[in-house]
Design a protein around this ligand. Sequence first.
Ligand code: HEC
Length: 133
Amino acid sequence: MKKIVISIFIFCPFAVLAQTNIKPSIERGKTLYETYCLTCHQDDGGGVPKLNPPLIKTSYVSGDKKKLIKWVLQGTTDKIAIDGKFYSNNMAPQDNLKDDEIADVLTYIRNSFGNKGSAVTPAEVKTVRATIK
Ligand code: HEC
């Protein structure tokens, strides 16, 4: 019993930290978004009709994190339907951004524009990057 009580005291602050840790990542991600993504996806994440898709509750932003990371690292010149709609612009690969920068910007978009998602970690980005190079 004593052991259980002690472990609760030891692990509790870490649980709290893990929760609040997402905020600095979102803050950093906002600045990165404004620098690298805003011109196309707009400040409200609404995109531009027929040109650049929105980042609001799309199957990429709210879906599988691996797929999302891969997309942003690779960009695309293919015309891929996004939730049934086509967009004529191309998205340049964002692989010049570091693992922690990709993690921050994706954590930001997954928690902005009405989206609510878990954080993306630099380790997750690293893993996906290794599979595409
Ligand atoms: C030059 C304009 C441009 C820039 C800059 C850009 N994107 Fe894109 N993005 C696009 C276009 C166009 C598509 C859709 C391509 C298609 O339909 O094939 C897209 C698609 C996406 C998608 C998947 C579809 C969706 O709407 O959910 C995500 C996620 C995304 N972009 C995130 C980002 C992030 C994050 C950045 C900044 C690091 C960024 N983009 C920078 C033009 C851009």
